[in-house]
Design a protein around this ligand. Structure first.
Ligand SMILES: [Fe+2]
Ligand SMILES: [Fe+2]
Length: 169
């Protein structure tokens, strides 16, 4: 076995990980739609397949050595989030603005704002690793804004009411 770096297999694992990850989120969205339409059995099937795609995605990620120590994982998460709000989303926001795609613009703008929040939460967690206090997280179901501790006001990112926040177990 040669080294994974620069192998075709590493590229294949990355491609398969991206595909399985996307299938997972797509199927969950399809399940929600099937549920709204009253196709409860189809919704269940989509959720079952979504679960299986997660098993595949995680196995691919582990095979490409993408899961390290928690400190390293936090650093990797901070790098990913930072890349998104420093370069990826700003460019996408500019392009959606100039092309006039309002829904995409709104979606990119919300994600961009929330990736900054995530980078900060991860940085704090890394700084306090081993002494992280026990707090609950709440996620805005409109924009993804992520709070440490209970929401006390409307969402700062999208303006949704407090009830839009879902507690994460
Ligand atoms: Fe994020
Ligand atoms: Fe929000």
């Amino acid at each position: 076995m040669s080294s994974l770096n620069q192998s075709k297999t590493l590229k294949n694992l990355q491609e398969a990980f991206a595909g399985e990850s996307q299938a997972n989120r797509t199927y969950l969205a399809f399940a929600k739609k099937a549920e709204q339409d009253g196709h409860l059995q189809v919704a269940k099937l989509f959720r079952a397949a979504a679960e299986a795609e997660t098993v595949h995605a995680h196995a691919h990620l582990r095979a490409m050595e993408g899961v390290k120590s928690t400190a390293d994982n936090l650093k990797s998460a901070i790098d990913g989030e930072t890349h998104e709000f420093v370069s990826m989303y700003p460019k996408m926001i500019t392009e959606a603005t100039s092309e006039g795609f309002d829904q995409a613009l709104r979606s990119f703008t919300f994600a961009n704002a929330v990736e900054k929040v995530h980078a900060n939460l991860y940085q704090n967690a890394l700084d306090n690793l081993g002494n992280n206090r026990d707090t609950d997280y709440y996620v805005c179901q409109v924009c993804g804004n992520t709070l440490e501790g209970e929401p006390h006001e409307a969402c700062e990112v999208c303006g949704a009411a407090k009830v839009a926040f879902k507690k994460i177990d």
